[in-house]
Design a protein around this ligand. Structure first.
Ligand code: TRP
Length: 448
């Protein structure tokens, strides 16, 4: 018998899952993806994806995890057995775990960038920094494998250190403070951006619909990012749901999480683009966007160094609470199925991810020209493969299982909704989400 943790209260599950959802995806990735993918067209499809696919599948995933209270592979196995279905459904859980591990290989490198910015903010501050200097600083960081290695290693140690203690205990307290604090500092940043930046252009860039910019790539990127941002499609949420007691409303919780997650991401975007346009920077800068623009703001605003330090510390925390949820499914599986203890499992898996992470880190400098598939470098390959293919595919399979293979009475029982809302979920899960995911895949295949 293995001991399984459990959340102390309904609130801690909401916080932990929100903590998993809110991370680099909102603060680092969404802003630059908006710029790279043509602004408002991307935002529109992203919001639609959250509403039509993200929220119903978030409910599905929590429901699957809570029903059988197991890690993704064993959960899918038991769920399939309970409904007399093939044992092969366990591979959905297996693919999810692999996806999480692959994401962490690059997530940790970016987490390292954030840590290095804390150190810069503390040691030198950003006072009076110009746009050129800020870009040059970021360029210097990327060009230095040893510095990147140091911070990537530190990020991995922090993440695996927390996971090795068991996820349910420490995370509750951290999140309780972290999420409100992140919102507060974001409002401060937004206020500053509004006073000196070009908020009107930023707003138009993000929200004035421009259908001419919608392309298959935009659609795929936006859909994939909805999965990435909500942490769905791989079993993070399934595992958190498995620690959840039965007295929680899955639907309400899912809506809260989706609203907090989406709002935070879009607000960061608005603040960043107001600065981008005011400083004549390039919106399609790519992964370095926030690291190049935010120091300019912190360098000019009153109390800027203090806010800069605080901001990067909070982002680092947010990143680590997300990183934890990327490996927890795999760790839970190892602990519950082998004689390997939690600590050893964390050490082994941590080392493996750290090692693959090295190749990601080198892909920003010495291995810049190494291309894997479709001419993409190592970082891009891992990122695109996981976000745009593996997560939506994993989500699709979970939706199909929950909708067509699981006994209806089981999902009804677990979701505990009124007849009307249950039917709404069923329509979204069985029809809308699968069609949306498949059509985006097909849309892409047609063109490529
Ligand atoms: N959602 C997190 C972020 O935005 C990243 C993350 C955590 C994730 N767990 C996940 C992404 C599971 C996909 C699947 O930073």
């Amino acid at each position: 018998m293995t001991h399984r943790g459990a959340w102390n209260s309904r609130w801690s599950f909401v916080l932990a899952t929100t903590g998993s959802a809110i991370g680099l995806g909102n603060i680092w990735k969404l802003p630059y993806m908006i710029g790279v993918n043509g602004g408002s067209a991307f935002v529109l499809i992203y919001i639609l994806s959250i509403l039509c696919v993200g929220i119903p599948l978030l409910m599905t995933e929590i429901m699957l995890g809570r029903r059988v209270q197991k890690n993704p592979i064993d959960a899918m196995k038991s769920l399939a057995k309970e409904s007399s279905r093939s044992n092969n459904w366990k591979y959905v859980g297996g693919m999810g775990m692999l996806t999480g591990v692959m994401i962490l290989c690059f997530y940790s490198v970016i987490g390292g960038w954030v840590l290095s910015y804390i150190s810069t903010a503390v040691q030198e501050g950003f006072t009076g920094i110009t746009a050129e200097q800020s870009s040059a600083n970021f360029g210097d960081l990327l060009a230095s494998p040893l510095t990147l290695l140091f911070w990537h290693t530190l990020f991995m140690i922090i993440t695996m250190g927390v996971v090795s203690r068991g996820v349910t205990s420490g995370l509750e307290k951290a999140n309780n403070f972290l999420i409100p604090a992140l919102f507060i500092i974001l409002f401060i940043l937004l206020g500053y951006s509004m006073s000196v930046g070009d908020m009107q252009t930023s707003f138009d860039f993000m929200f004035k619909p421009d259908f001419s910019k919608i392309s298959p790539i935009t659609a795929l990127a936006a859909l994939g990012h909805a999965f990435f941002s909500l942490s769905i499609g791989m079993g993070s949420v399934m595992v958190y749901g498995s620690y959840l007691k039965k007295d929680v409303s899955i639907s309400r919780t899912s809506i809260y999480i989706a609203i907090a997650d989406t709002l935070l991401g879009l607000l960061v975007g608005l603040a960043i683009y107001a600065l981008v346009f005011a400083n004549h920077l390039d919106p399609s800068e790519g992964p370095g966007l926030i690291f190049q623009t935010l120091p300019i703001a912190f360098g000019q605003m009153p109390w800027g160094n203090f806010f800069g330090i605080l901001f990067f510390i909070l982002v680092a925390f947010a990143a680590s609470t997300s990183a934890i949820s990327l490996v927890e499914p795999t760790i839970a599986w190892i602990v519950e199925n082998t004689r390997i203890g939690r600590q050893k499992a964390c050490l082994g898996l941590g080392l493996f991810i750290w090692l693959i992470g090295l190749s990601v880190l080198l892909s920003f400098n010495v291995w810049q020209d190494v291309k894997l598939i479709f001419g993409l470098g190592i970082f891009d390959t891992l990122d695109k493969l996981t976000s745009t293919i593996m997560l939506p595919f994993g989500g699709l399979l979970m939706a199909i299982f929950a909708g067509y293979f699981m006994k209806k009475r089981h999902s009804k029982d677990e979701l505990d909704l009124t007849a009307k809302t249950y039917n709404l979920w069923r329509m979204a899960n069985n029809i809308i989400a699968p069609i949306a995911i498949c059509s985006v895949f097909l849309y892409l295949l047609n063109i490529v």
